[in-house]
Design a protein. Structure first.
Length: 65
């Protein structure tokens, strides 16, 4: 089973944040009101990733069947 480590998340988070900022600037031209839905989606996606990561960490500690 693949083990998830904090090093993996440290690589993914900055890339995702950078892509979010680039997408915001490219689609809205830097309008501050347009970033709110983008940030809400960003937070929702990473909350889901966090829950899935916790599930993987929990399952890695369980005894195999």
């Amino acid at each position: 089973m693949t083990e998830l480590t904090m090093a993996d998340f440290r690589k993914v988070f900055p890339i995702a944040i950078l892509l979010t900022i680039v997408q915001w600037v490219a689609t809205s031209g830097g309008d501050l009101h347009a970033i709110v839905p983008t940030l809400a989606g960003f937070i929702a996606i990473f909350a889901a990733f966090f829950v899935v990561g916790l599930l993987f960490l929990f399952l890695q500690r369980q005894a195999p069947w």
